[in-house]
Design a protein around this ligand. Structure first.
Ligand code: BYC
Length: 475
């Protein structure tokens, strides 16, 4: 493993210059990537200088370098965590064997499918966020958006490297396809549902970064357990970057809640209409956004009972979250797990084989993690003295994948008839009016130290700088 070489066209720590064929293949993908970025990446940002972090090392301390960068000149590189000497496979049929540096023939198409699905989400999110740079509530937020965008771009590079390096011609074709499918495209949509939903305003942006990027955390952590060592090491490094994305989501929503609470206190009311008139977003509306983004993200874990997931695990391709911290045999053929199922019009928990319930177990870890974030938002409300509390809707609410895709379920987990759904859906999910109201607040605020009226400033800036700092310079 070499250190990262920035003199190369594609910075990397995988000794790319020693593999001319691979280097040439990736260098020929680079212009396609750049035209995609130009066309579907952050709109109108060519001249901006942005204070961005760039990965310069894969060690835990000092991995990132902060400087002003013109966005199209960002150095997207290929970085894998250092290999763990003598690493053994931690689960499934191959448990205890050496990890693989090459793809075993029999798992080739399955692994490719997993890598493609992961890779597809990365450019999708950049496409979804493409216009948000026109309406950021502050320079600080604008910079954070661009940081996320360039890193999602790098995560695409991470997967494209694996496809080029390990999957031959099929891999190269899949790499091309990554730039051909587009978020929301009728003919060539992105693979997973949530990545075809628009992210048209900043409330959705923060919710997406909290809920959907968090799926990324759990999926990447599961792939970081893979017996295919290059995939595991790539995902480990991606997780380092991912933490900031979730921070942006959690702190963004928290700052909105804080602003709403301040307005509630100022006006001495919790009447949603009056809060809206004062230019803030009422807590009920925020709850509807939570319901939406949570439910589409919960779908990203796949079906509750999945033979795909069982096979990934048994074959050693994809593990569980923090596999080595789980106290069981890591083979799971004799284990069971309680899964939510539909029986008639009731939702019940039933013991199911642990192997086919792998998606559901990961979903549960995700749900617990989301709940911790909600608790922190609720603390802000509690401090302000209001009785209102956010809650996560039931996992069966508003699902398009799995056991509950065919039924309508209320946020508190009751199967309801169409009529009842129609009667209540306006208080459960964002309405067109809600969306129009939130959109009406989205005016860019790019003066130093200023912030839009619907969100509180952050308590701290980026990289030791104050909030009042020129994070983005327009030229
Ligand atoms: N939408 O057996 P099942 C991130 C498909 S986010 C549409 O349950 P499986 C990021 C499924 O593909 C992390 N289709 O599936 C976040 C399968 O199709 P095929 C992304 C769906 O395989 C923010 C069929 O239904 N990474 O990094 O057990 C910004 C049968 O379903 C959906 C990964 O997802 C859906 N929601 O589980 C930027 C990791 N769900 O193959 C980035 C890789 C399922 O029969 N992916 N289907 O044609 C996987 O591990 C699995 O593919 C899934 C699905 C967990 C997604």
């Amino acid at each position: 493993m070499s250190s990262i070489n920035y003199n190369e066209r594609i910075p990397n720590n995988v000794d790319l210059s020693e593999n001319r064929r691979l280097q040439r293949a990736l260098e020929s993908w680079l212009p396609n990537y750049l035209s995609w970025w130009d066309e579907l990446g952050p709109e109108g940002t060519q001249g901006y200088d942005v204070l961005l972090r760039t990965a310069v090392d894969v060690s835990a301390d000092g991995w990132a370098h902060f400087d002003y960068v013109k966005m199209p000149e960002y150095r997207w590189g290929i970085f894998l965590n250092e290999p763990v000497p003598d690493r053994k496979i931690g689960f499934g049929d191959h448990k205890g064997e050496d990890v693989w540096q090459e793809v075993p023939g029999e798992y080739r198409s399955t692994l490719r499918r997993l890598i493609v699905t992961q890779g597809d989400t990365e450019p999708a999110s950049v496409e979804q966020q493409r216009l948000l740079g026109q309406t950021a509530p502050s320079l600080y937020d604008l910079r954070n958006l661009f940081q996320i965008n360039v890193e999602e771009g790098r995560h695409l590079w991470a997967m494209v490297y694996l496809l080029h390096a390990h999957f031959g011609r099929d891999g190269r074709e899949e790499a091309e396809m990554m730039l051909e499918r587009h978020s929301g495209d009728e003919d060539k949509p992105r693979i997973l549902g949530a990545f075809n939903e628009p992210t048209p305003e900043w409330l959705s942006m923060f919710m997406f970064a909290f809920f959907t990027d968090r799926d990324g955390k759990f999926q990447l952590a599961s792939l970081a357990e893979s017996a295919f060592d290059p995939l595991a090491r790539t995902c480990q490094f991606m997780l380092t970057e991912e933490a900031h994305h979730m921070f942006v989501g959690e702190s963004g929503v928290m700052r909105i809640v804080k602003r709403t609470c301040d307005i509630m206190e100022e006006l001495g009311t919790d009447d949603p209409e009056r809060i809206r008139q004062a230019g803030a977003i009422d807590l009920q509306t925020l709850q509807r956004w939570i319901n939406f983004h949570y439910s589409v993200s919960v779908d990203l874990f796949g079906q509750e009972l999945s033979t795909n997931a069982a096979n990934y695990y048994t074959q050693g391709l994809k593990g569980r979250f923090h596999e080595d911290k789980i106290d069981d045999d890591h083979i799971l053929v004799n284990d069971s797990y309680a899964v939510h199922m539909l029986e008639g019009d009731k939702i019940v928990e039933r013991e199911q084989p642990a192997l086919t319930s792998i998606n559901e177990k990961l979903r549960q870890s995700y749900i617990d993690d989301c709940q911790r974030g909600l608790n922190r938002w609720n603390k802000v409300i509690e401090k302000q003295g209001s009785e209102f509390r956010f809650s996560l809707p039931h996992r069966a609410f508003h699902r398009a994948i799995g056991n509950f895709a065919e039924v309508k379920v209320s946020p508190d987990g009751k199967v309801v008839r169409d009529e009842e759904w129609q009667k209540n859906v306006r208080s459960w999910l964002p309405t067109d009016e809600d969306r129009a109201f939130v959109t009406s607040l989205m005016k860019p605020c790019y003066e130093h130290g200023k912030i839009a009226g619907w969100i509180a400033p952050p308590t701290r800036g980026i990289h030791g700088h104050p909030f009042d700092f020129d994070y983005v310079r327009f030229n």
